[in-house]
Design a binder for this molecule. Sequence first.
Ligand code: AMP
Ligand code: MG
Length: 323
Amino acid sequence: MTERLPPEGVPRAAALLREGALVAFPTETVYGLGADARSGQAVAAIFEAKGRPHFNPLILHFPEPAAAFEEVVPDERAHALAARFWPGPLTLVLPRRRNSRVDLLAGAGLDTLAVRVPAHPLALALLREAATPVAAPSANRSGGVSPTTAEHVLDGLSGRIAAVLDGGPCAVGVESTVLDLTGAGAVLLRPGGVTAAAIEAVIGPIGRPIPVEAAEATRTLRSPGMMLSHYAPALPVRLAAGEVGLEEGLLAFGPPLPGAAVTWNLSPSGDTVEAAARLFSGLRWLDAEGARRGLKGIAAMPVPVEGLGEAINDRLRRAAAPR
Ligand code: AMP
Ligand code: MG
């Protein structure tokens, strides 16, 4: 059962978030599907509820700039844009702080995080009360239309999430502008509620993203701003492993194969939500252990294509693709 909470339900909604439950809430753009970003399990539940077949980095929501800048490292441009447009429909991609509390899954394993302060009184009240970074993509099933009313949210997600905080229709209806500030030149990753011209009036000319095919052709894919959903370990990954070599680390799922130099078990019980929550931390850990022990690769056991298994397999295939 999904609770439909009135505006006075903010304390209840915040308590649910802090327990790791999913709560949809209104922003000035669309309804977001929120989870406590410190919890890998809660973030994994977002992908499960939406039925997303892949993991992409989520936008983190905060009640004020200072809270956002506890998780990322702002530069002068970020401070100027935050002062001008927050609260508002502008998302800034910035380097993740080393001590950030945000779970790796929320940022799809990247070293950057996307942050914003939404301009909606209920969203701000909820974020203040929850006192935790809240990861929130749009509150619709994968492939569906972004919801601008609580009714839309329930149409797609009723029974799949704990609650929706009903704040009436959203004002903007288009998503936030996403601006990458991780490189020397700012890059517009997604047009949205704040125009490029308005941004340029504050920080000067900004770039448009290079289409992925062109970037691949010129091998600039790994330059800042083009890393989106391309986190992969440095060690080569071997898929659907049925045995482990002496010089391989094992990414296990369920009962682990014997003989690995080191093992990271995604989920000993074979639970795909737990496995999703442990995927990026596992790849990073195996990479670090690999460098320490001189391993040659990572052997990944098969993960069934059910629940979040589809998204896990998608990410493992990308990690295993020739680079
Ligand atoms: P949505 O989940 O629909 O709110 O979309 C989130 C948007 O933010 C997508 O366009 C993502 O590509 C973008 N985004 C989130 N985090 C990052 C990041 N670390 N680097 C680049 N883009 C990001
Ligand atoms: Mg969406």
